[in-house]
Design a protein around this ligand. Structure first.
Ligand SMILES: NC(=O)c1ccc[n+]([C@@H]2O[C@H](COP(=O)([O-])OP(=O)(O)OC[C@H]3O[C@@H](n4cnc5c(N)ncnc54)[C@H](O)[C@@H]3O)[C@@H](O)[C@H]2O)c1
Length: 465
C-alpha cells in the first residue's frame, strides 16, 4: 500500500475547505494543499474571516493552518507535489446544450482531470470528492490515460456526505465513509491508501469499500432518498391543511415506527441547497439516458412536489392578504437555505421573494449570516425570475425588528434558532393589523403567537383564524 504524505485538493468550497481541514487535523504527518482558481476565496481561507460560515470550522482550521494545511492558488505545484489529488470542484446543473436543466455540468471536473494529466510527473491516486454521475470515472480515466509523462493513475470515488450547518461534526463523526475503486490489485491498493487516511479517526467498520460505480451511484441515491422524504411529508402537509390534521403530529406518529424513522420528516416551505435538486435532476437525466423513463418520472416527482410547496407558500401569503400584496410590506426572516450556514444556493427564499416581488410587495429581508449582495445576486441568477422590474422593492436590513416594523405580514423562511427567542409581543405591537405570520419552518409557538394576536399560518397546520 502506498503511504500518502502529500495531498492536493482542487476546490476550496463548502466541501473541499472543511473536509481537508479535518483530514489535516487528524493526519498531522500529511501535508495538504487546498487550491482554487478563485483567489478571493483562497485569500479568505487564510484569514479568520473564512469564506464559508460553519460552526466549529474556524477552530479546526486554526489548529492545522500553516502547519500541515495550506490554502493557495498554485494548482500546478500542488498537483506535482501530491501523492493523492482530490477533485472537489462544483458540478452544477447544466444551463446550456444537451441535458440543459438536468444533467450535471462536468466541465470543471474535466478541466481538473486535464490539468492533472498535463502537469503530473509521478504516479497519483485521483479521488472524486465531487458528486458525479455514475460512470464519470470512465471519462476521467480516459483523460488521465492521455498524460504524456508516463505517469500511472488510480481513480477512486469518495463522495462526501457532510451536511452544511453540521459539517464539522459530520466529518469528525461520520455515519460512514464510502470509498469505491477498481477491483484490481492496483485499485484495491489505492482504496487501502485512502482508507488508512480516514482510519486515523474513523472506526474501520464505518469505512465502506465498494466498486467504483456503486460508490458514484450511492451518493446520488442518498440525496434522492433524503429529498424524497421531505417531499413526501410536504405533500401531506397540503392534505393536513384541508383536513384539520397537524403535519408535525403525523410526522411524529409515523416517525416513531423504527422502520420509517424520525429524521427528514419535518414539513417546510421546501428544501433548498446546492445538492438535492441538482443531484435528483442528474439522477433523472441518467435514468432517461439509460432508457428508464418510468424510473426517471418517479424521481422527477420529488422536484415537482418541492416546486409546488414553494409556490403554495407564496400563493398562500398573497391569498391570505386579501389577494393583493401590491405596496404591502412583507418581512422575510431568513435567506440561507437552512440554519447555521451562509449558503443560499437554491434557497426557497429566492423563489418566494421572486413571487412576492412579482406581485409588487415591498419585501424586507433579515438574515443573521447572509450579506445583502448575495441576496441580490441570487435573484439575478434565478433563471425563471419574473420580478426583474421590481428589484428596487427588495430591502435588506441588519435588524429583524426593523424588518418587521409596520409590516403587514412576516414569513419565516429559515429555521434560525434566534427567531424563536424574539420579543414577539414587541414585533406584534409594531405591525399593521391584522398581523399575519407565515411560519415556513414550523419553529414558532403557534399558541403563544395566537394569544398575542397574530393570525398564524404554519405548514400543514389547521388554521384557527
Ligand atoms: N455543499 C455540500 O453540502 C456538499 C455536500 C456533499 C457533496 N457536495 C459536492 O461537492 C462538490 C463541491 O461542492 P461545494 O459545495 O464545495 O462547491 P463550491 O462551489 O463551494 O466549491 C467548488 C470550488 O471549486 C473551485 N473550482 C472550480 N473549478 C476549478 C478548477 N478547475 N481548479 C481549481 N478550482 C476550481 C471553485 O472556484 C469553487 O471555489 C459538488 O460536486 C457538490 O455536489 C457538496
Amino acid at each position: 500500500m502506498k503511504v500518502v504524505k502529500n495531498i492536493c485538493c482542487i476546490g476550496a468550497g463548502y466541501v473541499g475547505g472543511p473536509t481537508m481541514a479535518v483530514i489535516a487535523l487528524k493526519n498531522p504527518h500529511i501535508k495538504i494543499n487546498v487550491v482554487d482558481i478563485n483567489p478571493e476565496r483562497i485569500a479568505a481561507w487564510n484569514t479568520d474571516d473564512l469564506p464559508i460560515y460553519e460552526p466549529g470550522l474556524l477552530e479546526v482550521v486554526k489548529l492545522a493552518r500553516g502547519k500541515n494545511l495550506f490554502y493557495n492558488t498554485d494548482i500546478d505545484s500542488a498537483i506535482k507535489e501530491a501523492d493523492m489529488v482530490f477533485m472537489s470542484v462544483n458540478t452544477p446543473t447544466k444551463t446550456y446544450g444537451v441535458g440543459k436543466g438536468r444533467a450535471a455540468d462536468l466541465k470543471y471536473i474535466e478541466l481538473c482531470a486535464r490539468q492533472i494529466a498535463r502537469v503530473a510527473l509521478s504516479d497519483k491516486i485521483v479521488v472524486e470528492k465531487s458528486t458525479l454521475p455514475v460512470r464519470t470515472a470512465e471519462s476521467i480515466k480516459a483523460i488521465l490515460a492521455e498524460s504524456s509523462n508516463g505517469v500511472k493513475f488510480q481513480v477512486l470515488s469518495n463522495p462526501e456526505f457532510l451536511a452544511e450547518g453540521t459539517a464539522i461534526n459530520d466529518l469528525l463523526n461520520p455515519d460512514r465513509v464510502l470509498i469505491g475503486g477498481d477491483q484490481t490489485s492496483e485499485g484495491l491498493d489505492a482504496i487501502e491508501s485512502l482508507t488508512s487516511i480516514y482510519a486515523s479517526w474513523v472506526p474501520r467498520e464505518k469505512i465502506i469499500q465498494t466498486k467504483l460505480w456503486s460508490s458514484e451511484l450511492s451518493k446520488l441515491t442518498a440525496n434522492a432518498f433524503l429529498a424524497q422524504r421531505i417531499s413526501s411529508i410536504n405533500s401531506l402537509s397540503a392534505l393536513c391543511e384541508v383536513t384539520g390534521a397537524d403535519v408535525d403530529e403525523v410526522a411524529f406518529a409515523i416517525g416513531s415506527d423504527t422502520r420509517i424513522g424520525s429524521k427528514f420528516l419535518k414539513a417546510s416551505v421546501g428544501f433548498g441547497g446546492s445538492c438535492f435538486q441538482k443531484d435528483i435532476l442528474n439522477l433523472v437525466y441518467l435514468c432517461e439516458f439509460f432508457g428508464l423513463p418510468e424510473v426517471a418520472a418517479y424521481w422527477d416527482q420529488v422536484i415537482i412536489m418541492n416546486d409546488y410547496q414553494k409556490r403554495r407558500f407564496a400563493n398562500n401569503i398573497i391569498q391570505t392578504l386579501f389577494n393583493t400584496i401590491s405596496g404591502k410590506k412583507i418581512a422575510l426572516l431568513g435567506w440561507a437555505f437552512k440554519k447555521d450556514t451562509n449558503d443560499t444556493r437554491e434557497s426557497p427564499a429566492i423563489y418566494v421573494t421572486d413571487h412576492l416581488l412579482t406581485d409588487m410587495a415591498n419585501v424586507w429581508v433579515y438574515d443573521p449570516k447572509v450579506p445583502a449582495k448575495k441576496m441580490y445576486d441570487d435573484l439575478d441568477y434565478l433563471e425563471t425570475r419574473e420580478s426583474d422590474k421590481n428589484r428596487e422593492l427588495l430591502k435588506v436590513v441588519a435588524d429583524p425588528y426593523e424588518a418587521c416594523k409596520n409590516a403587514h405580514a412576516i414569513a419565516v423562511i429559515t429555521e434560525w434558532d434566534e427567531f424563536k427567542d424574539y420579543d414577539w409581543q414587541k414585533i406584534y405591537d409594531n405591525m399593521l393589523k391584522p398581523a399575519f405570520i407565515f411560519d415556513g419552518r414550523n419553529i414558532l409557538n403557534q399558541n403563544k403567537l395566537e394569544r398575542i394576536g397574530f393570525k398564524f399560518y404554519g405548514i400543514g397546520k389547521s388554521f384557527n383564524n
